[in-house]
Design a protein around this ligand. Sequence first.
Ligand code: ZN
Ligand code: MN
Length: 515
Amino acid sequence: MTAQTSEAVLPYDEALAAYDPVMGLEVHVELGTNTKMFCGCATTFGAEPNTQVCPVCLGLPGALPVVNAVGVESAIRIGLALNCEIAEWCRFARKNYFYPDMPKNFQTSQYDEPIAFDGHLDVELEDGSTYRVEIERAHMEEDTGKSLHVGGATGRIHGAEYSLVDYNRAGIPLIEIVTKPLTGAGERAPEIARAYVATLRDLLKALKVSDVKMEQGSMRCDVNLSLRPKAGEPTSPEQQQVPLGTRSETKNVNSLRSVERAVRYEIGRHAAILSGGGRVIQETRHWHEDTGITTSGREKSDAEDYRYFPEPDLVPVAPTRETVEALRATLPEPPAQRRKRLQSDWGYSDLEMRDVVNAGATELIEETVSAGAAPAGARKWWMGEVSRRANAAGQDLVSFAEGAGLTPAGVAELDGLVKGGRLNDSMARQVLDGVLAGEGGPTAVADARGLELVQDDGALEAAVDKVIEANPDVADKIRGGKVQAAGALIGQVMKEMKGQADAGKAREIILARLT
Ligand code: ZN
Ligand code: MN
């Protein structure tokens, strides 16, 4: 049993009326390199336990590490994208602590010489305003292994019969990105935390340095939070300098929504302690997704002694300024700027663009448009029919499309079959089902299923005449100016043509006959 004693929490408004939150966010990102940070072992996710290990990442005596050049380049590119200074010379350091999933008994990390420092990331908020997140540092390190506790009810070590350890993840390159203390956020602190992590995730994705899958742990966020009494209107610089309160550190928060909720929860919890005259304990805390609360982990003092010292087995990293500038030239267009450009190219409204972004459909639509579809058509298919089917399957759009073999080129082809007059919308939906069922590309599916609009205008005209004759009262209404009534006749014409007719054309003929 996990003891999830929930603590007192002050209502959010009351907490914010009395205190100013100060946040610090630490994000760990696993790089998508083919090999580990200090050895040649593979990094594939989900491999059999302990099959991607060697003497170096197992920390066997005498094994010597070699730094992964792609890992260093990725670190520099991340630093540059975060507007950081890049160190001209820096070293790795050993962070010593004992934990079963860390085979060397130290983590190779960086301490007082990070590869990147003093940057910032501008974060756009819901209301269109911007908050600048100051970046303290981004440093290189390695991941630990993974423990699996077997036999207990909760999967935690308490109550487990035995534990297993998998070192496949040990030594995978990590970049740790640390913000400066973020002040002045006030009631928007939870929103800012979420927006920062979301913006950072988009940026790292655009850099193609990580798959940034929070649910798989390739991006994880630690939330540091403290409160200090509200200063009121500052009258002197001294008065602004209210000291920081004691912080808590909520570890490994694994979704954007959880980041927001964890900040909100900790604000309420700290406020309840402080307003009751209590003292906040400096500690790490665990976030519980199901109950939406944090619980105490271990007490942690600032003076915790990791006995850092420079790593003697690795040479210093000293990127030349030419190298740094060459890497700067590889930076992608910043995601926020890119979104604005695409929105204006595509002529989408703010709301339409936001839906596209939230659905993670930007790249899909971009590729569909470059495969020849009109932006409106690309949006219609991805955000309409395909999204609906993805929702029904309980999957996000990208994984659904990937899993079903639906490509942007395929959607462009489908859209083209409609635009070119071969299919109507309902036929196109049948073709889409065929493509998703693995029957082939859109044209092949349409051929195999015999889906094609009847191009013979004579047959269509005959069907229209027949339907008009069978529905004299509807026809009279249309003659009398009620053009909307044509819908009823179009439906019948489509039926008459077994769905193989162009509804637009049927409408034209009906109106030509009756008005
Ligand atoms: Zn290895
Ligand atoms: Mn770290």
